[in-house]
Design a protein around this ligand. Structure first.
Ligand code: PEP
Ligand code: MN
Length: 625
């Protein structure tokens, strides 16, 4: 049951309720939900709900109607984030777990780990105790396999996931691995579930071969009821009458799970399909359907794999899949971050040397704006977003060390560059250390009681009005009011309290200010993306940098620009952006802004730079990232 407390409940009244629950032997926790104080309780409470309803400080008691309680969304409205080292599973950053079905040897495992790490996996999988259908099949290397997994973590910084098949393995598994997997065949091994619940380490719980979603969630309930909330659900296909695939992948489980529980859900398309060529299509679909991550089997020599070779991707295929997911993720409001681990490590490292104030990233506008979202999607919860009120103030804050990072929009796929920021990049000696692309989906946001035909004024950023022109043209009677950012528009209409005022902004702004979405996706072109970059004096990766940004100007003679661009062409450097900007104080003279694929600061690039320097007047590297 949920015991909803009155807004003026005293601490004494609350303690009294908690004591009664404790004495009754209930499992309970306090939940803060949209400003309301709630106690969620399950198990024996010693009294019936009516008794609690009559206690002082209690507003009402709401029964939890599902068989599962602790895993229920009613008990915990926000998504649960499972922390595994620097990886946060269940956030807006997609987590990819990859590796072989089984740890077969040190060399096989290390080789695969190197590949999947290169392509952006953040966790490594590999079975050391294999539950095989046949007793004559390879059963896993046991402790030797666990030791190899521990070496993967040491060498590549990938946290490791492995299956536990009996409580007797608990001590061993705890010694070596970061996430314990309960396999499909063991989903209803209740002693094992209780055991992993007590271990306290994150648990990856696969759906049983013939389990309903409710049975699966009841198994998760076992783990939570032992005090372990760090459960990741993994759909891996269920047994049906269909023989063309090994199992039938139930992708509809994703939205069902998302609605019923707060736990993260990932998809294992490898065991679901059993066939290599079916894995990537299902993986892409899973991300599009809202999965928080994937578990993919990858093998460097699948023909000789000791288990599940036929469903294992070659490392290169895995790399291709990762590129596709990178593209799909922003459509569903998520990110695949190739630099996830490097970046998280760099931020943790800064934290260690920090003055105790914590890491911050400045962004323009209010909480709930697109810039704020870019910030949380890029850094997760590792840094604290810091609102500022102008781009200039943002650059100043980073320069003066008031914040370690700043996040700025640089270009929109429909509206083009944000020139003010290009000019500030030229003026300040700060570097671009990362980038992130957001899909921009605009919504008409108003008071819950607002009717479309009673609207008089619309608040938003002028560029947003442009991007929603087709929608706004249907209502020429509406007055458009320009403000500095979208979240600020929502805040203003909320504060004014006039139901004929509406705003255009992202869904996060509506959530932040408790306003209603009246019309979703009103931008004219749904392929509307904004590219944000992160500026900082601190580097976020020592690894490969895929992209670089620079500024140059050439002399004013025929062929000067051609000569410069020829250097890139001759050296097979792919330019992904070229734009000119007027040089302030020099009418009709221009700087060129270039983005290219590659690391301009690498040794390999040095000859290109040397050649470039001969052709240009001015040159500045904005960053390699
Ligand atoms: C595995 O992940 O290697 C495995 C055996 O999976 P499942 O339990 O889903 O069959
Ligand atoms: Mn397998």
């Amino acid at each position: 049951m949920l015991i909803v407390l009155k807004p003026d409940v005293t601490q004494n009244q609350k303690n009294h309720i908690l004591n009664i629950l404790r004495e009754g032997g209930a499992i309970f926790k306090e939940i803060a939900d949209a400003g309301q104080s709630i106690i969620g309780a399950t198990g024996p409470a010693g009294h019936d709900p009516a008794y609690f309803e009559n206690l002082k400080g209690v507003d009402r008691v709401v029964p939890i109607t599902t068989a599962f309680k602790l895993v229920s969304r009613q008990m915990h409205r926000q998504d649960t984030h499972v922390n595994i080292g620097d990886v946060v599973l269940g956030s807006e950053r997609i987590s990819i777990i990859a590796g072989p079905c089984a740890v077969e040897s040190r060399s096989q495992t290390m080789a695969i780990a190197k590949e999947v790490r290169k392509y952006g996996a953040v966790l490594f999988r590999g079975g050391a105790f294999k539950p095989r259908t046949s007793p004559y099949s390879f059963q896993g290397l046991g402790e030797e396999g666990l030791k190899i997994l521990a070496e993967v973590r040491e060498t590549y910084g990938l946290r490791v996931v492995t299956e536990i098949t009996t409580p007797a393995q608990a001590d061993l598994v705890m010694k070596y691995v970061d996430v314990v997997q309960v396999g499909a065949r063991n989903m209803q091994n209740f002693d094992l579930l209780k055991c992993v619940g007590r271990l306290g380490r994150p648990v990856l719980l696969k759906r049983g071969l013939a389990a309903t979603i409710e049975e699966w969630l009841m198994s998760a309930e076992y783990i939570l009821s032992e005090g372990n909330e760090n459960v990741i659900l993994c759909e891996r296909g269920i047994r049906t009458f269909e023989p063309y695939t090994r199992n039938t992948l139930d992708l509809s489980a994703i939205p069902v799970i998302k609605k019923l529980t707060h736990l993260p859900v990932i998809i294992d398309p490898s065991h679901a399909t059993g066939i290599r060529e079916k894995v990537s299509p299902m993986a892409r679909a899973a991300i599009a359907a809202g999965a928080d991550g994937l578990m993919i089997e990858v093998h460097n020599d699948p023909d000789r794999a000791l288990s599940d070779g036929a469903q294992s991707l070659y490392p290169k295929q895995f790399g291709q899949l990762m590129r596709d997911i990178y593209v799909i993720a922003p459509v569903v409001n998520k990110q695949l971050d190739f630099g996830y681990l490097d970046k998280a490590r760099a931020v943790s490292h800064l934290e260690a040397e920090d003055d105790g104030k914590g890491q911050k990233a400045a962004f323009l506008g209010e909480i709930g704006s697109y810039s704020h979202k870019a910030c949380t999607q890029y850094f997760g919860s590792q840094v604290t977003p810091m609102p500022v009120n102008s781009f200039k103030a943002l650059f100043e804050a980073v320069k003066e060390g008031k914040t370690h990072f700043g996040i700025i929009p640089l270009e929109n796929s429909l509206a083009g560059s944000v020139h003010e920021n290009y000019d500030l990049l030229l003026e300040y000696d700060l570097r671009i250390v990362g980038e992130i692309m957001l899909r921009i989906k605009h919504n008409l946001i108003g008071h819950p009681e607002t009717e479309i035909n009673s609207i008089k004024r619309v608040f938003s950023h002028p560029q947003v009005f442009q991007q929603c022109r087709q929608f706004l043209e249907q209502h020429p009677e509406w007055e458009l009011v320009s403000v500095t950012d979208t979240a600020c528009a929502v805040k203003q209409i909320k504060e004014k309290g006039d139901s004929s005022d509406v705003a255009i902004a992202g869904i996060e702004a509506a959530e932040t200010f408790g306003m209603a979405v009246l019309e979703e996706g009103i931008e004219t072109n749904p392929r509307n993306y904004t590219r944000f970059v992160i500026i900082s004096p601190y580097s976020l990766t020592n690894g490969d940098k895929r992209k670089s940004s620079l500024i140059f100007s050439t002399g004013n003679q025929p062929g000067a620009l051609f000569e410069t661009l020829k250097v890139f062409a001759d050296n097979h450097v792919n330019l992904v952006k070229l734009e000119s900007r007027p040089i302030h104080g020099k009418p009709w003279e221009y700087m060129f802004y270039v983005d290219l694929e590659g690391d301009v600061e690498s040794e390999a690039f040095r000859p290109v730079l040397d050649e470039l320097h001969k052709k240009i007047d001015y040159f500045k590297i904005l960053g390699a990232y």
